[in-house]
Design a protein around this ligand. Sequence first.
Ligand code: NAP
Length: 253
Amino acid sequence: MKKFILITGASSGIGAAAARAFARRGENLILVARRGEMLEALKAEISAFAPQCEVALKICDLAAPQNVFALWNELKDYRLKALVNNAGFGDYGLAGEEDLQKLQRMISLNVTALTLLSHLFVRDYKREEATLVNISSAGGYSIVPRAVSYCASKFYVSALSEGLYHELAADENAKLRVKVLAPAATRTEFGARATGDANYDYDASFKRYHSAEQMAEFLLRLYDSEFCVGAVDRNSFEFTLEGPKFSFAGAKK
Ligand code: NAP
């Protein structure tokens, strides 16, 4: 039976670059986002350079939990080999000045949707050769000024992913691998969404940043490795593969 890699937030940025990178390897894909026309354009692009890849599109607003369950239900006829929980966005602003509705949507997407999809995947694929990759952030391991709530949401992603990694490592019958990618500044639509400035300029805002294509390459290096964490150092911009970074109260394997 054909197996698929499910990527959320595949209409732009890191998710779209990851879709292209997996397609170059001949993987079949299920791509999820809200903007159907961008998913259609990506599918056409992939069909041109990787005609053997099957690409299914799911237009879905993951910020609503009922849509997450409905999506999972729609996917029951597909067999997955990986889930990349990439959909997410940031919110930059001083404490007390954040747009609370945007904040609520951010938590719904970055935390709730990612948690539900991670647990549905673990429940259904725990005993299979499959991989869960959750996209956190350098801000999921250190707190960034003016992005406190976003960082907190990404600390959650890092902690959940490392926790699931430990839980599955302790289960002899579990074959599912859990990984977490922590990008630093990466040129995507992220900056414009986080600031609300459609003309957000990465060159003016950062001395260094990665491209979405570089980040997709890092994602594949993490995917191919035995490591749990793939992280970009926000000072050196080096990418390293590591074991879990948070302290763990359980027994060491
Ligand atoms: P991006 O270009 O804005 O991509 C975000 C993706 O998420 C888009 O495909 C977007 O598609 C999708 N998305 C947003 N809201 C959604 C919703 N409600 N339901 C379904 N899909 C939704 O930004 P990116 O940088 O590639 O972000 C990817 C991940 O990397 C995020 O988790 C982000 O936090 C993380 N990250 C980014 C950076 C960075 O500097 N860029 C650094 C660290 C971590 P639609 O709008 O079409 O729905």
